[in-house]
Design a protein around this ligand. Sequence first.
Ligand SMILES: Nc1ncnc2c1ncn2[C@@H]1O[C@H](COP(=O)(O)OP(=O)(O)OP(=O)(O)O)[C@@H](O)[C@H]1O
Length: 598
Amino acid sequence: MELNLNKRKKQKIENNNKNSNSEVFASCSFQSLGLHPTLCDQLKERLGFEAPTLVQAQAIPVVLSGRHVLVNAATGTGKTVAYLAPVIHQLQKSDPRIQRTDGTFALVLVPTHELCMQVYEILQKLLHRFHWIVPGYIMGGENRNKEKARLRKGISILVATPGRLLDHLKNTSSFLYTNLRWIIFDEADRILELGYGKEIEDILNILGSKPQKPVGKDNATSRISEVQRQNLLLSATLNEKVNELAKISLDNPVMVGLDQKTELQLTQQDMEPMEFNGKDILGKDGKLLTSSTEEYKLPTQLLQRYIKVPCGSRLVVLLAILKHLFEKEPSQKVVVFFSTCDAVDFHYSLVSGFQLLPHRQSDIEDKQLFLKCNTLRLHGNMNHEDRRTTFNAFKTEKSALLLSSDVAARGLDFPKVRCIIQYDPPGEATEYVHRVGRTARIGEKGDSLLFLQPVETDYLHGLEKHGVTLTEYPLQKLLDSFPLFGIKYHPKNFVSVDTHPWAVSLQRALESFISSELKMKKMAQNAFCSWVRAYTAHRGELKGIFMVKKLHLGHVARSFALKEQPSLVNKSLQKQSKKRMRDQKHNNISKKRKVSKR
Ligand SMILES: Nc1ncnc2c1ncn2[C@@H]1O[C@H](COP(=O)(O)OP(=O)(O)OP(=O)(O)O)[C@@H](O)[C@H]1O
């Protein structure tokens, strides 16, 4: 039994490693899907797309047919164009031509600013030869009055974050949506997870969730006489909340989602436009055809690994891995995910300033940054301008390290990211899929590495339930590869990471760097406090894996290069643990009483 399981795992990993280009693209042309030749030219000239991906080949004809659709396909398979292309096709063919003054025809709702900008940029490229179709965006943090002015002039395809959209729907009287025909929810589950449920409900109430007739301001008239609403929901992962949204926003929808078998069949046959390959998404009981054991859709060529690291050695191991990656391949892009904004800031400052002292103390010029790479940071507490600069920089750089919170986990398309490191495991298992999905996009190779403490390895079982299998990263081999004082260390026996001479020496250097810089120490303390809070905030099944009472806070402090654990958290946690002990004592006494009563 065990043998069979291992064999199956091995087989799966081998399958995953093979180049999957042939599994990403369909063997048909964009034109054969029913798209206008000029639009097909734009796809080729502006975006460099020669042929549709499988999900595009499947979704485009269905969207063109006017049916409501739910697209559930792996990350990096081209979902954005799967909805933008048919919408543009329909708008460009309208005779007489649509005009700015007709207001908004299509609305694309996205969870984050970065995704908003990304979709808008693709739109701009695709609309280059359709100048009468105007793209635009509105999102939190931007200047409201400028947005109002743009809306007054008219935006045909509008990309928006939910809060700001609702704001304009309520307060911008010149915002015309009489002709609204499409509402598209990109990363639908994330929009709801971020707590936009109420906004979405209000937006759908204002716009009408699935009307057959035009809606909008009373005095406005419809531009296209046969306007029918078509709503689309897209994501690589679904959840119960999407089920709710599907129920209120989709009318007799079609599911476009490819399991491995269907994908392989699709490469062997040309897709005919208007042929449905999807299946209805809602079962008779109104539930989504997904379950808690649903297989996650991950790029098959993605190499997924985990590394088991004791808490106190986490920082040295992270730095060792990054050093190894950038020394092996100086020109590459790597993303590291953290659980909090404070942790991103701390690690960013550390990596940007930490130097190893030269062996000869006198030779000060020999001082060099420990990590020689261009480091960037991205998180939700940064101002918009900085976020945009980082986003654009990481997009265009050939070589960079991005330290990020989950703000970069969804939908963002950074070209050629080679490796994703999840230094803190994500709070939701579905987020695992989206984080690793920033690499191995559109058939390219990619690696991912998940950090786990020895007490957290049950996390892997949760992923296995969804068909995700990870192999272990050879930590010992990595540590042994670094020279200590110019000499390579060759241990005869296994040496644990916390006693490994190279790791010990790096930990000491880090601690003295942090303790010598007041600003860094403060940042480390803040990061420590937020990290513990985030750890405590794990919900559901994960609460049983990430147990704060199993943490050694002194070791957590070491992972922020602190020699001692910060007193504030210490005190509050001590209070908590005293309370826990008191409660336990109390429970034991009551149990004893109950037993004696029986
Ligand atoms: N037909 C195509 N030919 C070549 N490249 C394509 C094609 N379609 C999409 N791409 C490229 O593939 C990458 C992924 O596309 P996109 O961001 O739309 O994926 P996605 O499925 O929405 O991913 P996620 O689930 O992460 O949001 C982008 O770089 C895009 O430019």
